[in-house]
Design a protein around this ligand. Structure first.
Ligand SMILES: Cc1cc2nc3c(=O)[nH]c(=O)nc-3n(C[C@H](O)[C@H](O)[C@H](O)COP(=O)(O)OP(=O)(O)OC[C@H]3O[C@@H](n4cnc5c(N)ncnc54)[C@H](O)[C@@H]3O)c2cc1C
Ligand SMILES: Cc1cc2nc3c(=O)[nH]c(=O)nc-3n(C[C@H](O)[C@H](O)[C@H](O)COP(=O)(O)O)c2cc1C
Ligand code: SF4
Length: 667
């Protein structure tokens, strides 16, 4: 075992339960249940894969206590005995690998949003905007408490080793606990003791039904990061009260829906790595029951340091275990460089809505574990040539090599990674360089011949005689605007790769994700934006500006054809980006078209609606608008030729790795 991770991989007791190590897979919605909320084979295989990978405790994602309580299309449900056999199968498979299982039990309260569920809460307060919420009567409170207890009872029946009550993220229990949401005048509102009453009654009733020994855990927010919400001081007092109530462990997350970018933080939130360190430490110092902490922990040595420093007793590695289910076993074996890094990109979270179930940008197997149970046919001795060393090409190369293909990969540049390299430049996207390093390692570990600074030619084809050729040459920004081939014009790929080429005055053409990130990178004002909290439900942010080394401080203008910028940024990324652009002093010209670029740096622009003309001046003009594929035509005698990734259809990292993986698996 890796000796430097001794604490992380030592056992721990939670009440009567002994865990084999300190790694928790925290609850994360998957949308893999069936349309009634029952367990499917995919649910089982997804969690079993993480148990097999070594986690000590798996907490199954937020599971609803009643059919009308839904936030996700395929919300897991456990309110009737008919669900129990499915969960029993799930628990059995988690146990097979030595992990223990808990299940998170939820009522979404006023956040019951799918498709349009009844909105109830402590009071008529919600961040949803213009929505009426029914404040629960005492009788209704008691009924809901009983539903929580019944779900816990069914969980025990299914074999779960513990239950976790969902008291965080601004859902029903959290709404009662929060001074922001709970404005009641009766014994369920007002001081902390009263706001705790709903949860306390759930805990007491559960103990009565399931026995005092059955471990009950509670997930709470350390801080709600909302003005008027609960802050760490009161949470410390709350944790002490929960300990007195006989809770077996406290599981720490943070925030409410309107400040969600703290709880499931994107990489671009400054300080997101180990976000809860200080708050967790403050809580742990005051209680004796185990504390679980989550939030941006990606490195086993940081996890170990958290344990050593008394931050927590257990470390929840959420997205890290989506990206690499073998995180734990690789760490135990000291093979930490083999861990596929999570990018904190939130493709997993956004995919719950966009693609309806969880997928991962870097791990194409995540969310498809059941489908992929049968290994692909061997292809020993067959020869494969991959052209292009971006994520699509490298994923294809490693997947094919695992099947026995002899793979040669050609990359025209001196380094691997493709567009991942420039994409890694803006603040908070550095982990993309870890992904490049991981892929480089995979090339070596899978004995792939990598030819850098190399083009593929007809003569090479005659020598290698590939059976299959995969074209993964990516895409580049189109130079269609008049003057865009002048020397003072760079593509965003060039500008981010060689920032020293960029002058003082910059005009970025295109205000999509890449345009905004490029503008932000060059305009950062030499100051990091530390968001402290959300001021109100309208989303106004309170922040500090901290000095940083090597800030760019260029004078930047974005010119965008459409009426807004950053349209494709997800809901967690957008407010952070808007704030960074504003504090970086970026001028944003929307509904504006670039007509002509001149050699002396003048740029003619015109209002799309108004027709108003203006002349901008820049030292460097950066193209961040439309891209076109770079699909090559090869002189080859290979029997099969495929195009994958951006050179097939312009997409993102997830589509590139998906294409690479499935093409190589199925050829
Ligand atoms: C600035 C920027 C930021 C981005 N940020 C994100 C993000 O945050 N999240 C996200 O999901 N996506 C992002 N993307 C998109 C993402 O990077 C791409 O979708 C992804 O890299 C495509 O992978 P690929 O392997 O198909 O192509 P690429 O990554 O472009 O790789 C293609 C490779 O082929 C090589 N090549 C080309 N022609 C030849 C040839 N003839 N011979 C040999 N080699 C050749 C190229 O040099 C390159 O290395 C970003 C894109 C840009 C431009
Ligand atoms: C896709 C996704 C779904 C999530 N669903 C839940 C959930 O059902 N219940 C919950 O308490 N937290 C949920 N979370 C929050 C995680 O449990 C975890 O606290 C958070 O991702 C921070 O930890 P990490 O940085 O290790 O991922 C979710 C997170 C993600 C990424
Ligand atoms: S989708 Fe992105 S954030 Fe989510 S687990 Fe994968 S790499 Fe991490």
């Amino acid at each position: 075992m890796e000796e430097r991770l001794e604490l992380l991989f030592s056992p721990l007791r939670i009440g009567r339960l002994t865990l084999k190590n300190r790694v928790v897979m925290p609850p994360m919605n998957t949308n893999f249940s069936d349309e009634n909320g029952a367990v499917t084979s995919q649910v089982i295989e997804y969690f079993a894969r993480r148990a097999k990978g070594g986690a000590g405790l798996i907490v199954v994602d937020a599971t609803s206590i009643a059919p009308e309580v839904k936030k996700h299309g395929l919300q897991p449900m456990l309110y009737d005995e008919r669900f129990v056999p499915g969960y029993a199968k799930l628990v059995e498979k988690i146990h097979r690998y030595g992990a223990k299982a808990s299940i998170e039990i939820i009522h979404y309260g006023s956040e019951t949003t799918y498709p349009a569920g009844p909105k109830v809460s402590a009071s008529n307060v919600t961040g949803l905007g213009g929505v009426e919420v029914h404040p629960l009567t005492r009788e209704e409170i008691s009924e809901i408490e009983d539903q929580f207890v019944y779900t816990a009872y069914l969980a025990k029946l299914a074999g779960f080793d513990a239950v976790t009550f969902h008291g965080t993220h601004g859902y029903l229990i959290a709404q009662f606990l929060s001074p922001l949401y709970n404005k009641r005048q009766d014994e369920y509102g007002g001081n902390l003791e009263n706001r705790l009453r709903f949860l306390q009654e759930i805990i007491e009733k559960t103990k009565q039904k399931l026995g005092d020994e059955y471990p009950i855990m509670v997930r709470i927010s350390t801080d709600e990061y909302m003005e008027g919400g609960r802050t760490i001081d009161e949470t410390v007092a709350m944790a002490k009260a929960l300990e007195r109530m006989g809770v077996a462990a406290i599981d720490l997350s943070c925030a409410v829906p309107n400040s969600y970018f703290f709880s499931i933080a994107p990489g671009t939130l400054p300080g997101m790595k180990g976000l809860q360190r200080e708050n967790a430490k403050a809580i742990k110092a005051e209680i004796n029951i185990p504390v679980i902490v989550a939030g941006g922990i990606r490195d086993p040595y940081i996890a170990e340091e958290f344990l050593e420093a008394g931050v927590a007793d257990l470390i929840a590695l959420g997205r890290a275990q989506i990206a690499d289910p073998d995180f734990v076993n690789k760490s135990i074996a000291g093979r930490t460089e083999e861990i596929r890094p999570c990018l904190s990109c939130l493709t997993c979270f956004y995919s719950l809505r966009e693609k309806h179930c969880l997928h991962c940008a870097v791990n194409p197997e995540a969310g498809r574990e059941y489908e992929l149970q049968v290994p692909p046919e061997r292809a020993d001795g067959k020869r494969l040539v991959v052209i292009g060393g971006g994520p699509a090409g490298m994923e294809a190369a490693r997947t094919a090599a695992k099947r026995g293909y002899q793979v040669t990969l050609f990359e025209k540049k001196c380094r691997l990674g493709g567009t991942l390299y420039p994409a890694s430049m803006p603040a908070g996207k550095e982990d993309m360089r870890k992904l490049i390093a991981w892929y480089e390692g995979e090339m070596e570990r899978n004995l792939i011949t990598v030819m850098r600074d190399a083009y593929y030619t007809g003569e090479l084809d005659q020598v290698i005689k590939p059976d299959v050729l995969i074209n993964a040459t990516g895409a580049d920004f189109s130079r269609t605007i008049s003057g865009s081939d002048l020397p003072n014009v760079l593509t965003a790929i060039e500008a981010l790769t060689y920032p020293e080429l960029v002058g003082e005055r910059v005009v970025v053409i295109g205000g999509g994700n890449t345009g905004c990130e490029t503008a932000e990178f060059f305009s950062d004002g030499a100051r990091e934006v530390r968001i402290k909290r959300v001021r109100n439900f309208a989303g106004e942010l309170e922040y500090d500006l901290l000095p940083i080394a090597n800030g760019k401080s260029r004078q930047v203008t974005i010119v965008e054809f459409f009426p807004t910028v950053g349209n494709q940024l997800g809901g967690m990324h957008k407010p952070i980006m808007d704030l960074k652009l504003a504090t970086g002093g970026v001028r944003i010209m929307t509904s504006t078209k670039v007509m002509q670029i001149y050699e002396d740096g003048r740029i003619d622009v015109e209002g799309v609606v108004t027709g108003e003309k203006e002349v901008l001046c820049a030292d460097t003009i950066i193209l961040a608008g439309g891209m076109s594929s770079a699909a090559g035509v090869w002189d080859t005698e290979a029997e099969q030729v495929f195009s994958i990734g951006d050179c097939r259809a312009i997409g993102k990292i997830d589509s590139a790795t998906y294409d690479g993986y499935f093409t190589a698996r199925e050829i």
